[in-house]
Ligand binder design. Structure first.
Ligand code: PGA
Length: 233
């Protein structure tokens, strides 16, 4: 299982140092990937997890104030990068075209992208899930070689599920994962959105899930350990 931790914009320097000590005590055989907020990447020791980032610039090194390039991430030992998180699509108006540029720059540096896709509540109600997800995938993956496409981890994160406590039914998850597999039959696919130690008993019945992208839970190492343990039983 892949367990990717999205700290989002949380944890000051001191808080991160303490948090990371706890994270280093997590007992698991899963592949843990920690995606701290950008400054904390420099503090990460990566002793019990692989290092990820939450974003990358759509441009290479150069005159792009405030950005962090794929080359810079690589120089900090970043192995994975979340791309196209719905918060960035909504708050920063990130487009599929931007996401496509980011994927290409990451793959050039051998950083594995974790590509987030997902529909809004309204889109689900209007039966647009398939259309929305296929558009996000096709546009994001445009002109990327088959070999490189296979390296990308997909994270299905229904937007109505992120931080809300709501999760899709296992049938709904399976339907979406099977849709993704029509385009990407061998890629690893994660589920993200309010996954926690209370709903893992239900989620784990869903055999298509290769792992999880965790937001809120990533900040609570004890609950995270519980989640990991329950997922194994
Ligand atoms: P959540 O966030 O687990 O807090 O819902 C998941 C995510 O946004 O990646």
């Amino acid at each position: 299982m892949i367990i990717a931790l999205n700290n989002k914009c949380n944890l000051t320097k001191e808080e991160f140092i303490n948090y990371e000590k706890e994270l280093n005590n997590i007992n698991t055989t899963d592949r843990l990937i920690l995606c701290p907020s950008p400054l904390n990447i420099a503090l990460a020791t990566s002793s019990n997890y692989s290092l990820g980032s939450q974003n990358v610039s759509k441009n290479d090194n150069g005159a792009h104030t405030g950005e962090v390039s794929a080359k810079q991430l690589k120089s900090f030992n970043v192995k994975y990068t979340i791309v196209g998180h719905s918060e960035r699509r909504q708050e920063l108006l990130e487009t599929n075209e931007d996401i496509n540029k980011k994927l290409k720059l990451l793959l050039e540096e051998d950083i594995i992208p974790i590509l987030c896709i997902g529909e809004t509540k309204e889109e689900r109600e209007q039966n647009l899930v398939e259309k929305v997800l296929l558009t996000e995938l096709n546009e994001a993956l445009s002109n990327i070689s088959e070999e490189n496409k296979q390296k990308i981890i997909i994270a299905y994160e229904p937007i109505w599920s992120i931080g809300t406590g709501l999760i899709p039914s296992n049938d709904q998850i399976e339907e979406v994962f099977n849709l993704i597999k029509t385009l990407l039959p061998t890629n690893k696919i994660l589920y993200g959105g309010s996954a926690n130690e209370n709903n893992i008993d239900e989620l784990k019945k869903c055999s298509v899930i290769d792992g999880y992208l965790l937001g809120g839970l990533s900040l609570k190492p004890k609950n995270l350990q519980n989640f990991i343990n329950k997922n194994k039983i």
